[in-house]
Structures are given as C-alpha cells and as structure tokens.
Design a binder for this molecule. Structure first.
Ligand code: CTP
Length: 319
C-alpha cells in the first residue's frame, strides 16, 4: 500500500532555525491552499487498517454490563467496575453510524485563536469538534459557537470546575453541559485511574438532571491503534493528544478537515507571545520531560499534511 509521508525529508518548507515558531512558518489563511482529495482518501483507507472511528468512538451498551471489570489503559494494574450509571449512558449504536460530512472543523485550544476572528468560519463547517469542554460563549468571535462533538478529559473537572467542591461549581458544570444541547460528549473514561470519581460525578449529573447530550466513551483499543498508525508513518508520539485523536477519527467521516487552535509554541509567527490555552492561564508544559505528549512533533506531522493538502491548518487570522 502507498505510504503517506508525514514526517519525512520530503517536507520542503521546514527550515531548521532555532526558533520554533519561525521553523513552523505557515502561510496566512488567505494564501493558496488546495484540498488534495486523492491523498485524503488514501489516508482514510490507511487509517481504517488500524481503527474504525465509527466503532472506536465509543464502547456500546451491548458489549459491557454493570459490574464488568476494566483495566485502565495507562495503569494496567488498576481496574474499575462498570457502574450502573456508566452502563445507562453507553450508547446503543455509534453516534457516528453512517455519518458523513463534507467539511469538519477541529478546534484545538491554543491561545493562537485569540483575536483570530475565526468564529464565523469555524461555524460554517458541517461538523465542529472541540476539546476539553473549552468555553465558547465569551470567545465566540474567535472560536465560534457550533459544537457537534466535545471531548472531556476527566482532569477538566479538576482544572476548570474545582472538582465540584460546592454547589456553585456543580451548577457551573451543569450549565456547560446543558449548553451542549444534544451534541456528542466524548469522555475518555478508561485511560487513567485518576479520573475514576470525576467520570462518575459527571455521569451522575447528566442522569440526574436529564442533560441532553449523547455520551460516548472511547474504545479500549483506540489509543494504541492511533499510536500505531502514526508510528507506521514514522511519527513517534508518546501519547497522542486529544487533538490528534480527533483528527485521526475525523478522517473516517469528514471529506475535508480544517484545524484551528493547534499551535503548541509560546510565540506566534510574528514573535508575539501566545497563551497555551485561549481561555485560561495554564502554562506550557509540553516541553517538560514529564509531559506524556509530544505536541511539537505532532504539529510537525500536521504541518506536513497541510502542505500536502490533506488538511488545512489555520494558525493566524481568518479573512
Ligand atoms: N493544542 C495545541 N496547542 C496548544 C494547546 C492545545 O496544538 N497550545 C491542541 C492539542 O492537540 C490538544 C488540543 O489542542 O490535544 C486540545 O487542547 P487541550 O485541551 O489543552 O489538551 P490537553 O489537555 O493539553 O492535552 P490532552 O487533552 O490531549 O491530554
């Protein structure tokens, strides 16, 4: 089969200068970019050999029952029991079954989105994916409002909702969940043991308040499959980020994929400081050895795909 070069020497625009943001220079949004349909289809086919987004997007009700024991993917020695609530919230059929979209947006959380004015453009896509319950209302001009799928790492409950210590924080989370208005809420519940209680709290809140969301809990094999795909393309990621997972899944059901808010660097292309997240004051941690992610490496791969027309990265202002 044909191999797609995503991290090889064929990437022409990578000039090795010490400054990361110069090294990753990307043409402004208005510059010529053309979708490469042949390549996109080839990538879709190749990824399908590793995973099937329709299946791997969520474990289904038919495959688990309350009381079943699951080993956490990153903490193999730790287990969890499938609770009644989790069981109730497992979808009966894949939320992506037979779904197909002409264009999709995947919105990462980089501060590069601030003052981008990309909100309108993002909202014109047929399917919009967001990460980690990132707020939209206050940033609509730059990030848009439309949300068809949003991810939620259990750690978000700690980071953005103070571990629901009191009624105010519980209410805040509840409002955010209500605002999702029936879209897909994707919770990686089986990754790391640290999220055990947090996932249960969210499940309980959704059921108790009859929140209208389509819950999805990624399959146990998804992470390794995604990693495997990228490894065969010589992208040696430690643990794929949510953003990369979303891109890999989206190739299955989106014809054209547009990425916004992917910029894991502290300076933008004009050497101005960029916040790690557009909505909070979290600092860059990806460079530390302890971080499980290899974001700049992922970015390099995505950039190469951008140059080949397989996806479009927007890292500046929208027209
Ligand atoms: N991202 C990026 N540049 C940043 C911040 C985020 O490219 N400065 C992308 C990454 O792909 C990331 C996604 O946007 O997975 C969502 O961001 P965030 O919620 O910050 O993800 P993290 O919690 O940092 O990482 P993860 O959920 O992947 O563990």
């Amino acid at each position: 089969g044909a191999e797609v070069v995503v991290n090889g020497s064929s990437s022409p625009a990578v000039v090795d200068r010490s400054n990361e943001s110069i090294k990753h220079h990307i043409q402004p949004a208005s510059a010529k970019w053309r979708h490469n349909q042949t390549l996109s289809l080839r990538i879709r086919k190749h990824i399908l050999k590793f995973l099937d987004a329709e299946k791997d997007i969520s474990v289904l009700k038919g495959t688990l029952k309350p009381g079943d024991i699951i080993h956490y993917i990153f903490d193999r020695d730790s287990t969890m029991n499938v609770s009644q609530n989790l069981y109730e919230l497992l979808p009966r059929t894949s939320p992506l079954k037979n779904k197909h979209f002409r264009t999709c947006a995947i919105v990462g959380n980089s501060g590069v989105l601030l003052n981008s004015g990309c909100g309108q453009e993002i909202d014109t896509h047929s399917f919009v994916i967001r990460c980690n319950l990132a707020p939209v209302q206050e940033y609509a001009r730059d990030v848009g409002l439309k949300t068809d799928l949003v991810t939620m790492n259990p750690s978000v409950i700690q980071r953005a909702f103070e571990d629901l210590v009191n009624a105010t924080w519980r209410e805040k989370l509840l409002q955010r969940l209500h605002s999702l208005n029936g879209s897909i809420l994707w919770i990686p519940a089986f990754m790391a043991r640290g999220g055990k209680e947090r996932v249960e709290w969210v499940n309980e809140l959704i059921l108790k308040h009859r929140v209208s969301v389509q819950t999805a809990y990624p399959s146990l094999r998804l992470l390794h499959a995604v990693r495997g795909y990228w490894l065969t393309n010589k992208v040696h990621i430690k643990r794929p980020t949510t953003g990369l997972l979303m891109y890999t899944l989206a190739t299955r059901f989106c014809d054209q994929i547009y990425l916004y808010g992917f910029w894991p660097f502290p300076l933008d292309q004009n050497q101005n400081p960029v916040k790690y997240h557009y909505y909070d004051s979290l600092k860059y941690g990806y460079t530390s050895q302890a971080s499980p992610h290899t974001m700049p490496l992922e970015f390099k791969a995505l950039k190469s795909l951008h140059e080949q027309g397989a996806l479009k990265l927007t890292v500046g202002q929208c027209d």
